[in-house]
Design a protein around this ligand. Structure first.
Ligand code: 42A
Length: 392
């Protein structure tokens, strides 16, 4: 039908990753018509690419009420924006431009609860079906790409609406270009995140660890071209987890060991190390911190759910924010001692391009991949070999 033909049409195009420099140039030129000309095609292309992957999900997940709801939001948003691409070729009038910006705002608001709604879908699946290794792999692979796609589309929308939208949002220090700060001061974002995580920690535990922050070099202050709200999200999540570990390991009456944050400016990478003496977790558990299937647990009752409770989806999503501009996030624990989290950010803005999922044969292979038998020994000895022709 018309809808599927449109999805197939736009999914044939690869998403076009923008560099931070291009975002800045778009912003400094402040030309809404140029932004419109790019977005009216690029947003449907990115939506169609991820919608083709949604179709490849295990049927039992697709049937979940929450997943059906999210899928309906994507379909409606795709049609609304593809409409502009179809109807308004050439230079847009002012009213078309303001309608487009309003539509982008409506789309962004429609999708505000996508993360928790998908988590509910994963929970529904876990409660109705016994999860197996290959569907866990498929869901992990899909959700990383699905949430990365969502981060990238919301970035495009936020950049356009903050530059050209009616509600003047003079965010940040007034020198921001849209949602980007060309001189983002890492130390001040870190102090903001610490103050807010400390507030939550004090509110729940009536105590919280101090933070010692060190920069190398100390002067001049380390600044990057970055999206402050992304950096804040990452650091807030890591600081909450570190505080929770320290208070729960030492107890609320103890003299708590400080959190230590070290920010180092290298030629290629800027690294933020966040160390705590919160007793760490065993290696067997540290991979699980980033597993969506593992991190999805029934919501604890609202009364006793500690604001720092659970690791939820905060860590996997924080890692995606770091990866979005070709950085990374790792968590390394020494059980019985504490944990180091590292956030890696590209130091050179010309190395900062969006990292986007692409729907193609390679990505499709992940959805019908059956995890074969083990090619490494496991504790159970004497396992029989299984060949395609049967048991030997
Ligand atoms: N992110 C993060 C963490 C930072 N410290 C931690 N301790 C135990 C488990 C997770 C963490």
């Amino acid at each position: 039908n018309e809808f599927n033909k449109l999805i197939d049409h736009y999914s044939k195009f690869n998403p076009s990753p923008l560099s931070i420099k291009q975002f800045l140039d778009f912003g400094e030129r402040a030309n809404p018509a140029e932004s419109f000309a790019f977005l009216r095609k690029e947003v449907p292309v990115r939506l169609a690419n991820i919608m083709k992957e949604i179709e490849l999900l295990p049927p039992q997940l697709l049937k979940m009420p929450s997943v059906r709801l999210v899928t309906s939001w994507y379909q409606r948003s795709f049609m609304e924006i593809a409409e502009f691409d179809k109807l308004h070729k050439g230079t847009p009038t002012d009213s078309v431009l303001s309608d487009f910006t309003d539509t982008l705002t409506r789309v962004r608001n429609r999708h505000n609860t996508v993360v928790q709604t998908m988590a509910e879908g994963v929970l529904e699946l876990k409660q109705q079906h016994k999860s197996d290794v290959s569907s866990e792999h498929t869901i992990q692979y899909f959700l990383d790409r699905f949430y990365m796609s969502r981060i990238s589309i919301r970035m495009l929308i936020n950049q356009h609406t903050s530059l050209f939208g009616v509600q003047e949002r003079p965010a940040g220090n007034g020198r921001q270009v849209g949602v980007i700060d060309p001189h983002c001061d890492i130390t001040s974002v870190c102090l903001d995140a610490y103050e807010n995580a400390k507030f939550l920690c004090d509110q729940y535990y009536l105590t919280s660890p101090n933070m010692i922050l060190k920069c190398i070099p100390e002067e001049p202050r380390i600044r990057i071209v970055y999206v402050p709200s992304h950096l804040y999200h990452i650091l807030f999540e890591l600081l909450k987890n570190a505080m929770r570990a320290v208070v729960e390991h030492h107890g609320t009456e103890a003299d708590l060991p400080d959190l230590r944050v070290l920010i180092v400016e290298g030629k290629e990478d800027i690294t933020i190390k966040l160390s705590d003496l919160g007793g760490g977790i065993p290696r067997s558990a540290s991979d699980l911190l980033f597993q969506y299937m593992y991190s999805t647990a029934p919501e604890p009752s609202s009364t006793n759910s500690a604001p720092l409770a659970g690791y939820g989806y905060g860590l996997p999503i924080s890692r995606l924010y770091a990866k979005y501009l070709h950085g990374d996030l790792t968590v390394t624990s020494m059980e019985g001692y504490g944990t180091d989290a590292h956030v890696f950010i590209k130091a050179i803005s010309k190395d900062s391009h969006e990292k986007l999922p692409i729907f193609n044969k390679t990505s499709s292979k992940h959805y019908n991949m059956v995890i074969g038998s083990n090619d490494w020994s496991s504790p159970i000895s004497g396992e029989r070999k299984i060949l395609s022709s049967g048991i030997i």
